[in-house]
Design a protein around this ligand. Structure first.
Ligand code: BGC
Length: 680
């Protein structure tokens, strides 16, 4: 085949350069012009973050950037960027609109640094509190996970930046992360691990998915014919491309296994997709030209979508470190911080009645944006709890070092991003806080019983040995660059907390479903991790086995009270194509404005197969002024009642009784209603 050379003028006139044509027309036109060698070249990265250019056809490098909490310095020439609250803090907002706004802001910053794809969101299920990367992820619950993932991706992609949903799939621990083999049932995949990825494809048309490091049922994620080709592409209809996690192909032996499964882009550089390997495999017909073309088509589609061939003026403009993004980071922190304990309403504090406070502890003035691995961000500033409180206190309240001399003490503890804490590539070394911190709790509470604990961490920690010693506790997570201000506003009542836990806090690690034996975590001697808890992850396990958690899923306090009233179901019997409308009234019966997350769970009363005691199937976050009453409606459909039946290999529903359970947390059900499901 003769390789055609084009002048600049000729190139500009080619059909694929015409932005008035559809993306599919442009893809097909470019595809037929590529040589075999050029196609091979497009399958791998160069320089860590980008694909190779094909100058002959004007194909520029496609640039990717980390990560889920803001544009990362290591993938943007060390640029500063807005540091947003981490995934678990964002999930604690239970606010779909905020996730959408965050998606738009993150895309805008991605565009501004010249990248085309943001390696986010991270949606792996929080299976064990020990996973070093829980802070980057969202929740233990598949419904909440999907509900927050979809608006985020829509927000990103509306800005014509590709989102990359990661890590597909069962990347639930960092111990042996490159090699472990998740032994997981089809039911657990369908009910727990798939939903956020499935919704990312079906509801948000995500343009990229990242293949995880680990194996799933015997095969590496990046060569998994069943999970990539059969499920992601054929079943869900994924139109974008699969990218390997960085170096995730290192143990894959044959390039055709990955290529035939539709791993399109190998990052950060060629290992299995070396030109020689590909040429040989092609000549030996271990993959066909059609498979190669389909892989390339997927990548080109995204390149056109992000505007790689279009004039920059025709694309949404990017902004970085602007006030609007910083304000959004603050709003997310305000809604993501969770008030866990508030004995005798010690909080909020009244500024006029206080003269001195002490702010102590290892995390009081520690900036947490950088570190922890690929989700690191370098913001222009990062307001710590100390700085936020100091700013709020101004000249009215003095900050003292001696706890015994203060009206209130803020003891700021938790984890950090060093290995063994909330950090990539290693799991946590202990479920407990370090001994020095526990000693500090003893000393401080002895010196001053009005000690309020502020936790900065990205995953549940053990508290049983000290929680009774303190009157109040605030879970702040890693709240982003404006977090210290959001915290101070909550402490002094200018913001009423509304965050709710997206994970269960177990009293002790052995209560946690993934910790029944070493087989289920961290895995056996062959590095098989047996997902023996099956679908009973998080509160599904605690509720079904009746184990009392320290703090349950969905829990979080407010400075006001909410009354749940007047549940109405519009029918007693739901049939196949019907919708059950559930209505209830929510009243702010306290004295402050505040927001409540009303949670709807479903209980299957008499199923022939063991099901969780309850499962989240709806939630609404609503802001109310004192005495305001609003009616909320939820719609329940057949799909919300189904479970995956391994005997028939399909999603099934059994006729019979169901319960609607509504409340402010998974363990505080205020309204209950009954209905029957009948097929006809
Ligand atoms: C992480 C990914 C990240 C990639 C690029 C990997 O080690 O698992 O989440 O996007 O590196 O930094």
């Amino acid at each position: 085949m003769e390789i055609r050379k084009y002048s600049e003028e000729e190139l500009k006139a080619l059909p694929f350069m015409n932005s008035n044509l559809s993306i599919e027309e442009r893809v097909e036109d470019l595809l037929i012009r590529l040589t075999l060698e050029e196609k091979f070249k497009l399958l791998t990265g160069r320089h860590r973050w980008e694909t190779s250019p094909i100058k002959r056809l004007g194909i520029k490098p496609f640039l990717t950037s980390d990560g889920p909490n803001g544009v990362a310095p290591h993938s943007s020439n060390y640029k500063e960027a807005t540091y947003f609250p981490v995934g678990i803090c964002r999930a604690s907002t239970w606010n779909r609109e905020l996730c959408y706004e965050f998606g738009k802001a993150l895309a805008s910053e991605t565009r501004e640094v010249g990248a085309h794809m943001i390696l986010a969101p991270g949606v792996n299920i929080i299976r064990t509190p020990m996973c070093g990367r829980n802070f980057e992820y969202q929740t233990e619950d598949p419904y909440l996970n999907k509900e927050l993932t979809v608006p985020f991706i829509k927000g990103v992609q509306e800005e014509r930046i590709a989102a990359c949903v990661k890590h597909y799939i069962c990347n639930n621990q960092e111990t042996n992360r490159f090699t472990y083999n998740a032994l997981v049932s089809q039911r657990a995949l369908e009910e727990i691990y798939f939903p956020a990825f499935k919704a990312a494809v079906e509801e948000a048309n995500v343009f990229s998915a990242m293949g995880a490091y680990n194996k799933i049922n015997g095969f590496y994620a990046c060569e998994h014919d069943y999970l990539l080709k059969k499920i992601l592409i054929e079943k869900w209809g994924f139109k974008g491309f699969v990218v390997s996690d960085w170096n995730a192909t290192q143990y894959i032996e044959r390039p055709e296994d990955a290529l035939n499964a539709y791993l399109t882009l190998e990052m950060p550089r060629a290992r299995i997709y070396k030109r020689r390997n590909l040429q040989e495999a092609f000549e030996e017909q271990r993959f066909t030209i059609d498979v190669l073309d389909e892989n390339i088509r997927r990548l080109l589609r995204v390149m056109f979508f992000v505007g790689l061939f279009d004039a920059p003026e025709s694309l949404p403009k990017g902004y970085r470190n602007i006030k609007a993004h910083q304000n959004l980071a603050r709003k997310m922190a305000e809604e993501g911080i969770v008030l866990l304990k508030n004995e005798n309403k010690i909080l909020p504090l009244e500024k006029d009645k206080i003269q001195k406070i002490a702010i102590i502890g290892p995390n009081a003035d520690k900036q947490m944006s950088e570190g922890g691995g690929s989700s690191s961000v370098r913001p222009p500033y990062d307001i710590t709890p100390y700085q936020g409180l100091k700013e709020k206190c101004g000249d009215h309240i003095s900050i003292v070092n001696d706890a015994s001399k203060a009206d209130f003490v803020f003891l700021v503890l938790g984890l950090n991003h060093e290995p063994g804490n909330d950090c990539e590539n290693a799991d946590r070394s202990s479920y407990k806080l370090p001994k020095e911190q526990i000693d500090l709790i003893h000393q401080t509470t002895k010196a001053n019983p009005k000690t309020i604990i502020i936790l900065i961490n990205g995953t549940p920690v053990s508290m049983t040995e000290w929680i009774n010693m303190v009157p109040a506790l605030i879970e702040v997570w890693y709240p982003g660059m404006e977090g210290g201000r959001a915290l101070a506003d909550i402490i002094f009542g200018e913001v009423n907390p509304s965050g709710k836990l997206p994970v269960t806090f177990p009293k002790k690690l052995s209560d946690s479903p993934a910790h029944k034996s070493e087989l289920s975590y961290p895995g056996d001697n062959e590095k098989n991790v047996h997902y023996d808890e099956d679908i009973f992850v998080g509160y599904r396990y605690f509720d079904t086995e009746d184990i009392e958690p320290l703090y349950p899923f969905g829990y979080g306090l407010s400075y006001t009270e909410f009354t749940y009233d007047n549940l109405r179901l519009d029918k007693k019997v739901l049939s196949e194509n019907d919708i059950l409308t559930v209505e209830m009234d929510i009243i702010n019966s306290g004295i402050r404005e505040g927001a409540e997350v009303v949670q709807l769970y479903i209980h299957d009363v008499g199923c022939s197969i063991k099901r969780p005691e309850k499962e989240l199937k709806g939630f609404t976050k609503i802001k109310l002024t004192p005495n305001q009453r609003e009616t909320l409606s939820f719609h329940v459909k057949k799909e919300n009642l189904m479970f995956y039946n391994e005997n028939s290999d399909s999603w099934t529903i059994e006729e019979g009784a169901f319960k609607i359970l509504i409340g402010p947390s998974s363990r505080d059900i205020r309204l209950e209603g009954d209905f029957q499901y009948k097929t006809k």
